[in-house]
Design a protein around this ligand. Structure first.
Ligand SMILES: Cc1cc2nc3c(=O)[nH]c(=O)nc-3n(C[C@H](O)[C@H](O)[C@H](O)COP(=O)(O)OP(=O)(O)OC[C@H]3O[C@@H](n4cnc5c(N)ncnc54)[C@H](O)[C@@H]3O)c2cc1C
Ligand code: FES
Length: 497
């Protein structure tokens, strides 16, 4: 049976493994979630002298962080003109500074601990084939207004297809994210951090969490670094999070491009960067964004990227391919800080808008300061409570409701009864003996039958034919074809049927 596509980063890194939690515990700082956000927060707090425990539901850094492109950059899209409009010049500049700090933190950590993680300094460049010239020029004005270290090129940018303009941001970086984090986990252990893996947190109750395997951990302060916040954390801000999935293909033989990170600003957006392999330098091509769980033919996303690899970059072989999803916020800034005024011992770090690498690094320092009762200049800028306004709540609620209805309606309309007609490598939702079953028949003819209802809030799942998973369009949970949780907020596996 084909497994989910695995990233190059996962294949080329090795992490120390940790046991599952098998007894109740008392923790000072409890970090739930061991992706880049959780690992770096654990590091900063341990370094500041706190006693830190990390609970990871699967294996460390194997979910979103394993699927990243790993550009370390303050140039996300053409976002500074919008920041100036929405948040004013001062906050737009502060955001840029926060990203520069994030880049510096990662470089310094790699240097300080001598981590072999292919850390490189290079530019990030937004390019256009002509369609986005106006927006790029406006963004350059924003760069000048904010003092961003970059320049505008009104010429072809040397890619194997014609471009008319490029906006370059200098002194950015890229790395191998999992080689870096595997080393940081070992540093954390030396600093006294205790890690548990395969330990999914089911709920938070006051100052205690309960795990899926029935253990309780009491804590003084908790950082929720689970990407989508833990299922029973109730807050209106969760309604503001959209979940977007994207795809990456990796090619080893291709027409060389200038040594920089690129983003094609026109539609369809494409993200490009080099990566270092044992045999030389390869090219990553990313794109094909869509709302998680809401795409009928996911295979097409890979096929379109492979088509571009071949036709634009002359890359005939795809060495690796993978996909991942990230949390998107309405104002395109992350949510980092105190969860709510009433729960002032709980902190979250999420909403990275597909730029969570430098942001996790700066976020880890913000969280360290907040937990230690110290001021931090980015606290106000990033605090989650900022988006909790009545107008945007109503908009977000309506959007969620549409998503939920889309999920439910689809299953009611699409269920089948002809199970014997199911072909190999095909899936469907069937009505059988008065109950619904989500069935995938693998390419060896074995059927995998699970409940089609998401264990988070009951939305109907849809089959992802690119990864062979059941995905939820409501809040982005994902399950393998035997029902195991791959991505939260669901923390409970689907029932096998
Ligand atoms: C395709 C793609 C490309 C990207 N490229 C870039 C890029 O070039 N540059 C950039 O800056 N950013 C990029 N990003 C964004 C960046 O990769 C993410 O924002 C970042 O990796 C998120 O890290 P995280 O630690 O929050 O999440 P994760 O890595 O998902 O970590 C969360 C962890 O929490 C665990 N968990 C969840 N629920 C529970 C629970 N209930 N109990 C215990 N554990 C739990 C999960 O198992 C997981 O390990 C990209 C994102 C995508 C999707
Ligand atoms: S992720 Fe919320 S209902 Fe499925």
């Amino acid at each position: 049976m084909r497994k989910e596509n695995v990233s190059y980063w996962t294949k080329s890194s090795t992490f120390t493994q940790f046991p599952q939690l098998s007894q109740d515990l008392q923790a000072d700082v409890l970090v739930v979630g061991g992706g880049i956000a959780g690992i770096l927060a654990a590091y900063q707090l341990a370094k500041a002298g706190r006693e830190v425990t990390v609970l990871e539901g699967q294996r460390l850094a194997q979910v979103t962080t394993a699927g990243t492109t790993a550009k370390i950059t303050a140039q996300h899209h053409l976002q500074y003109q919008d920041y100036i409009k929405q948040r004013g010049e001062k906050e737009a500049r502060l955001f840029y500074e926060s990203q520069c700090d994030g880049i510096e933190i990662l470089r310094n950590l790699a240097d300080q601990y001598d981590i072999d993680c292919d850390m490189e300094t290079l530019s990030s460049i937004q390019v256009t084939i002509g369609e986005s010239e106006k927006k790029i020029k406006k963004e350059y004005k924003a760069y000048q207004q904010l003092g961003i270290n970059g320049t505008l090129h009104e010429k072809d940018m040397g890619l194997p297809f014609e471009t008319t303009m490029g906006l370059e941001m200098f002194d950015q970086a890229q790395f191998h994210p999992l080689k870096f984090l595997a080393a940081m986990v070992d540093v954390c252990v030396e600093l006294g951090v205790t890690f548990y893996e395969e330990t999914m947190v089911k709920k938070i109750d006051g100052n205690t969490v309960e795990t899926e395997n029935g253990m309780e951990v009491a804590f003084n302060q908790l950082i929720c670094a689970t990407h989508y916040p833990i299922a029973n954390l109730k807050h209106n801000l969760l309604l503001h999070l959209e979940i977007e999935r994207s795809y990456i293909v990796a090619a080893k033989d291709y027409t060389p491009i200038p040594y920089a990170m690129f983003q094609v600003a026109d539609m369809p957006e494409r993200s490009l960067r080099h990566y270092i392999t044992e045999d030389g330098i390869g090219l990553l091509i990313g794109g094909e964004n869509h709302v998680a769980g809401a795409k009928d033919d996911v295979k097409l996303c890979y096929e379109r990227l492979a088509y571009d690899a071949e036709h634009l970059f002359n890359a005939h072989d795809i060495a690796d391919q993978w996909s991942a999803q990230d949390m998107m916020t309405q104002d395109k800034m992350p949510l980092i800080g105190r969860y709510s005024k009433s729960d002032d011992h709980i902190f979250i770090i999420t909403g990275f808008n597909k730029f969570g690498i430098a942001t996790s690094a700066v976020g880890s320092v913000v969280l360290r300061d907040l937990l230690m009762g110290q001021p931090n200049k980015y606290e106000e800028l990033l605090q989650p409570g900022r988006i909790d306004t009545i107008g945007s709540q109503a908009k977000a609620t309506a959007k969620k409701a549409v998503n939920a209805i889309r999920g439910q309606g689809k299953a009611i309309k699409d269920y089948r009864t002809d199970r014997e007609a199911l072909k190999e490598d095909e899936a469907g939702i069937f009505l059988h003996d008065g109950r619904f079953e989500a069935v995938y028949k693998d390419d060896e003819g074995t059927e995998h039958a699970v409940s089609p209802f998401c264990t988070h809030m009951g939305c109907v799942l849809s089959f992802n034919n690119g990864e062979k998973t059941w995905d939820c369009a409501c809040h982005g949970s994902r399950f393998d074809c035997d029902g195991k949780v791959l991505h939260g907020p669901a923390s409970v596996d689907l029932k096998q049927q």
